[in-house]
Design a protein around this ligand. Structure first.
Ligand SMILES: [Zn+2]
Ligand SMILES: [Zn+2]
Length: 244
């Protein structure tokens, strides 16, 4: 009953003040209001990963372990699960969410992560969800940590508790964006620390981040978690970059 009323209310609201797609600015029709932030056309452009993937980084791959991962001597997470390819509409959505103060997109984007968790058994069994932390100064500057917002939404729906105060980023580092793969791994080294880690011992952790580029950040976080005797670390991200 409530759902029908809500749908009716949204249809009325849409007549007075049409909702527009945050990506292409076209009006979202009442019929497609299920995705109230992006239009059907934009949604169709998101490339969800449904093909065979690398069993380590989760990127599309024909072999069990992709060439990139086979060259990495130490990968500290068990497995990464990116939801879609970082391009086009999804890149724009993440950019709006991360850099343009559109923190209200958290619930919508977290929906992609939740779907991924509920579809497979590997991620449902985590004891805690841990968002990749930001340095406190950077978080203050942005006003929020986008991965924490995502993790919070995921935690509420899937019922896995979130721990956002144990893994800490204590070192401010230059932006990873313009760096090569090797530089990214060096740049992020020793940037994280852990406190009051007793609760994590022997547990399975689901690390949440927005983008998997080289895996340097997730790997460093996983290394610190392993040192705190965490048993398993899986990583879930909204997107992955295929060309690294
Ligand atoms: Zn659109
Ligand atoms: Zn791989």
């Amino acid at each position: 009953m409530f759902r029908i009323l809500r749908k009716y209310f949204r249809k009325c609201l849409n007549l007075i003040y049409p909702l527009k797609c945050v990506v292409c600015n076209s009006v979202i029709s009442a019929e497609e209001i299920k995705n109230e932030y992006i239009c059907r056309g934009c949604f169709k452009k998101i490339k969800f990963i449904t093909c065979s993937v690398c069993k380590k980084c989760g990127r599309p791959s024909n072999s069990a372990i992709c060439l990139y991962c086979s060259k990495k001597p130490e990968i500290f997470f068990d497995r990464a699960f990116p939801v879609a390819i970082y391009e086009n509409v999804l890149r724009e959505l993440i950019h709006l969410f991360k850099y343009k103060k559109n923190d209200y997109l958290d619930k919508f984007l977290a929906g992609f992560l939740i779907e991924k968790i509920l579809r497979g058994d590997d991620l449902k069994n985590a004891d805690f969800i841990v968002p990749v932390p930001m340095h406190m100064f950077d978080k203050f500057k942005r006003g929020y940590n986008q991965t924490e917002l995502l993790a919070c939404q995921v935690s509420k729906i899937v019922g896995i508790p979130m721990l956002s105060d144990r893994l800490i980023k204590h070192k401010r580092i230059p932006s990873q964006t313009a760096l090569s793969t090797e530089e990214r791994f060096k740049n992020v080294k020793d940037a994280f620390t852990i406190k009051n880690s007793k609760i994590l011992e022997g547990k399975t952790i689901l690390l949440i981040d927005d983008i998997f580029t080289t895996g340097a950040t997730l790997n460093e976080c996983s290394k610190i978690l392993r040192r705190a005797k965490v048993r398993h670390v899986n990583a879930l991200t909204l997107a992955c970059v295929c060309e690294v």
